[in-house]
Design a protein around this ligand. Sequence first.
Ligand SMILES: [Zn+2]
Length: 185
Amino acid sequence: MATRTANRTPMAWQASLAEMKAHGTRLAQCCTAPGCGHWNPLNVDAMIAKHGGAWAAWGRRPACVSCGKLGHYMASPGPSTPFRPLLPGPAAEAARKIFLKSFGFTRRDVARIRAHAERVAEGERATGLQDLDVPYRVQAIPPGEETRSSGEYLGEWAGQALLFWRLTEPEVRVWKARPRAVKRV
Ligand SMILES: [Zn+2]
């Protein structure tokens, strides 16, 4: 999955803590270490009290509070809007690769997700993929509409935002019983 050529400088809602507060940004610390994936939601007011309003999370690699490996910060511009990494270009690419790897998508999954995104790019109202080889639902959302979705940000393909949801327990039962016509790769 291609990723956006990430910004070298943060947007206003991604910048200092004071700007984050003004924009209502949601902030979290995340870990992409294999087997960890710790997600630590942060309170912007508490961060300002601790670091001051001029402090910025952009480009920082804080140690994971769970495993101690280097993680990074993620931010979202508002409620029910997917989080994005607060990292400049190459670092964001590297973090994104580790992040994608953590899902365990098969090559068949990646091919299906790409084909799905291309159909959505052509204007088709395709429903999300719920029978991938891993227990996640993935849906391509046209640009701008992702802000109205509950999904988390996975990446981009064919100009569409790719969002993911972990399957719920009842969905996992359906997923386990799904027909598997194609062998795993
Ligand atoms: Zn960790």
